[in-house]
Design a protein around this ligand. Structure first.
Ligand SMILES: [Fe+2]
Length: 228
């Protein structure tokens, strides 16, 4: 099997156990960061130590523990605003439904954001990343699929799924995202979630289809009863 040329690194940063990812191309030595919150210096340094040029960010969703900014009077450091200070021409990729919220929460101008539809592909060097719109946790939540790896933000965790009781969340959308999108991906896809909530940092989707109750709910009525 030919080597894929994918550079992929998982890091845990911050008090909320966020997982942050570097996704890059071994050939061109360019990379993107997924959800650059908490510590931009650490992310830029890590990319550079690994020999990569950090070109921008992929945003799973606009909650400040993933993108920086303020919520409930609490300020999360790092984030897309600080990334743009350090890398002024960084591309910030966000679902189109979340661009306004991202701009508001982080203070980054809308003009600095690249908005996307589901199914869009983002290229970094020779690596292609597929964007899958998975609303539910937030309206514009999206997952990233690259070379059999699914970076899922707060949509799907190893033993659960993202909260659907926060402002902007929608339990019906979450059910459809889980059952009609993520559960249809091949069993050997490996899930890389947005938080280190479970003992394992990643797991095969085929295992989760058997072990994660949130992927096994038979119908919407049962789901809505379960989600309160
Ligand atoms: Fe979230």
């Amino acid at each position: 099997m030919p080597e894929s040329g994918l550079f992929f690194e998982q890091m845990s940063l911050g008090p909320m156990q966020n997982f942050i990812y570097l996704i890059g191309c071994k050939k061109t030595r360019a990379c993107l960061v997924v959800d650059p919150a908490w510590d931009i210096d650490a992310l830029v340094t890590r990319a550079s130590e690994a020999g990569y040029d950090l070109r921008g960010a992929l945003v799973t969703h606009y909650h400040p523990d993933h993108v920086g900014g303020s919520f409930f009077g609490f300020k999360v450091p790092g984030g897309v605003a600080e990334l743009l200070e350090q890398v002024p021409d960084a591309a910030i990729h966000v679902n189109k439904l979340e661009a306004e919220g991202l701009a508001k929460i982080t203070g980054v101008p809308l003009s600095a954001l690249q908005t996307h539809e589901s199914g869009d592909r983002v290229q970094i060097g020779e690596i292609e990343i597929q964007l899958i719109h998975t609303p539910g946790h937030t309206p514009g939540s999206q997952c990233f699929l690259v070379d059999g790896k699914l970076v899922s933000g707060d949509t799907l965790f190893i033993q659960g799924c993202g909260r659907v009781d926060l402002p902007g969340a929608n339990p019906e959308d979450m059910y459809r995202s889980l059952t009609q999108k993520l559960a249809l991906l091949p069993d050997d896809t490996v899930l890389y979630p947005g938080h280190h909530y479970d003992p394992k940092p990643s797991e095969q989707l085929g295992v989760l289809k058997r072990s994660n109750h949130y992927l096994r709910v038979p119908d919407m009525d049962t789901w809505l009863a379960m989600m309160g």
